[in-house]
Design a binder for this molecule. Structure first.
Ligand code: NAP
Ligand code: MG
Length: 500
């Protein structure tokens, strides 16, 4: 990258990183793709190329899996105690904190997130998920088991690392997805081959440098930038990979499952949603209006748990819709690195086209566009925050994950919680949902009736590292974060001893 093309709003460290070579991390070495190929990565705020990155494919996956296998079976990693792994993870978290400005700038440039939100919000959760999960490295206990077979026996379980894990992550929160995936793998003593999304490889590569600086042994974390159908598919199919963890679309989730069937590797999937925000007539609208707006417009709606379907009681529907449209009108949409930006661009031209395609179809189906509904400007991939009414269940805007700042608002005129929940649950997904009410009984009853992995009451979603996250129904398999995440990366071994 020519230095004069680098965004002047970046600090010196981010500039230096952008100007450097962007290679793959395999077995502790930074190497180009064996094919010699590179691909462009873009600034979604301008559409311009910001760097070129090694384009890894199946041959590089072979090398990375071999390095991960070696690190898992020999060398310092398998001999390390839980407490040593905890210390390494804290070292990495500390390094991320020291380089927080640089990481936030690189992330903002590469995926369009507003810099201040990244720096003060998401990045802190990346760091905290490492620290929180590191604590589990010393608590991977089995149990002693009472058995009834006649004789003298001692039976117990051990919890052991699953082995070499492939991790394939999306572009919507690149560094956070990397941290959510890496933390439980490292805490449990697994080794990793990580593939960031083609749109957003930069922060994963910078993280790889910090992983080395923290002192993780060579081959414990291997990072391969590249494309899904080549590098990603090779990881999912590789016979040397014991488990694959994936976040992204349901379409690719199915491909991962098929590919994983070859060696029956373990699979965990986080596949997005179409999450309801249910507002009861007694709700505090001074909380519900901005809360519902944040739930759909945060990260330009590119959030798997986004509150994309508003169900508001007829008594408060108009006030909710007007209020959210008012919030939408106040949002400052702009380049992620521009001071004061509150909502950045969509990640790519393809994503802008996808979201615009849904809106075109919605218009043909007869939706009413209350606000937004259009692209902003011609440079970069900006989409106006959008609120739709007159939406019906059979429309694609109501059924499919748009992954953009588009809210479908529907009213209900019912007091029966069973029927309200049935409507809210009328989706193939089950990732999240929220209930807005002052009534404790309504809150608890609805929390139990919503078929989703996370339910918020008077809030929507939580990034806290201690709470499990994942989906019911077609939103996925398994839970990340919290203690549950450790289960995705460990095998339980039963040991039975005859004491004679
Ligand atoms: P995607 O294709 O599912 O991408 C997710 C990850 O899977 C990326 O690293 C991708 O690599 C990789 N991948 C793609 N094809 C693969 C294959 N055959 N085998 C193994 N890995 C493969 O998602 P997308 O196309 O970027 O976005 C499309 C839609 O997916 C969005 O509009 C949204 O609805 C949904 N999505 C959901 C989430 C979520 O958090 N649940 C995140 C992102 C997108 P490449 O980047 O190189 O293709
Ligand atoms: Mg894709």
């Amino acid at each position: 990258m020519n230095a004069r093309d680098i965004d002047p709003r970046l600090g010196d460290a981010a500039k230096a990183f952008l100007a450097s070579k962007h290679l793959a991390l395999i077995g502790g070495q930074w190497v180009g793709a064996k094919s010699g190929k590179v691909f462009d990565t873009f600034d979604p705020g301008t559409g311009k190329v910001i760097a070129q990155v090694a384009e890894c494919d199946a041959a590089d996956v072979d090398a990375a899996v071999a390095a991960a296998r070696k690190a898992f079976e020999s060398g310092p990693w398998p001999k390390m105690s839980g407490s040593e792994r905890t210390k390494l993870m804290w070292k990495l978290a500390d390094l991320m904190e020291q380089h927080a400005d640089e990481l936030a700038q690189l992330e903002s440039l590469n995926c369009g997130k507003p810099l201040a939100q990244m720096r003060m919000g998401e990045l802190m959760f990346c760091i905290e998920v490492l620290r929180y999960t590191a604590g589990w490295a010393t608590k991977l206990n089995g149990e002693t088991i009472q058995i009834s077979t006649p004789g003298n026996f001692h039976a117990f379980t051990l919890r052991e690392p699953i082995g070499v894990v492939g991790q394939i992550i999306p572009w919507n929160s690149p560094l956070m997805m990397a941290a959510w995936k890496l933390a439980p793998a490292l805490a449990t003593g697994c080794t990793v081959v990580l593939k960031p999304a083609e749109q957003t490889p930069l922060t994963a590569l910078r993280l790889g440098q910090l992983i080395q600086e923290a002192g993780f042994p060579d081959g414990v974390v291997n990072i391969l930038p590249g494309f899904g159908p080549t590098a990603g598919a090779a990881i999912a199919a590789h016979p040397g990979v014991d488990k694959v963890a994936f976040t992204g679309s349901g379409e690719v989730g199915r491909l991962i499952l098929q590919a994983a069937s070859g060696n029956l590797k373990k699979v965990s999937l986080e596949l997005g949603g179409k999450s309801p925000v249910i507002v009861f007539p007694d709700a505090d609208l001074s909380l519900a209006v901005p809360g519902a707006a944040r739930a759909i417009f945060g990260n330009s709606g590119q959030v798997c748990a986004a509150g994309s379907r508003l169900y508001a009681h007829a008594k408060v529907f108009d006030r909710m819709v007007e209020g959210i449209a008012g919030e939408a009108g106040k949002i400052r949409v702009g380049h992620g690195l521009e001071a004061g930006t509150q909502m950045g661009p969509l990640v790519s031209k393809e994503q802008l086209e996808r979201v615009s395609g849904y809106l075109d179809q919605g218009r043909r189906d007869g939706v009413n566009v209350v606000t937004g509904g259009n692209r902003i400007g011609t440079e970069g991939y900006f989409m106006a925050p959008t609120v739709l009414t007159n939406t019906r269940q059979e429309m694609s805007v109501m059924r499919e994950e748009i992954f953009g700042p588009v809210l479908c608002a529907t009213r209900f005129d019912d007091e029966d919680l069973e029927r309200i929940a049935r409507e809210a649950n009328n989706t193939i997904y089950g990732l999240a949902g929220s209930v807005w009410t002052r009534d404790l009984g309504t809150a608890h009853k609805m929390a139990r009736r919503i078929r989703a992995g996370t339910v918020g009451v008077n809030m929507h979603g939580s990034l806290d590292p201690a709470v499990p996250f994942g989906g019911f129904k077609q939103s996925g398999w398994g839970r990340e974060k919290g203690r549950e995440a450790l289960e995705l990366y460990t095998e339980v071994k039963t040991v039975v001893m005859s004491l004679g």
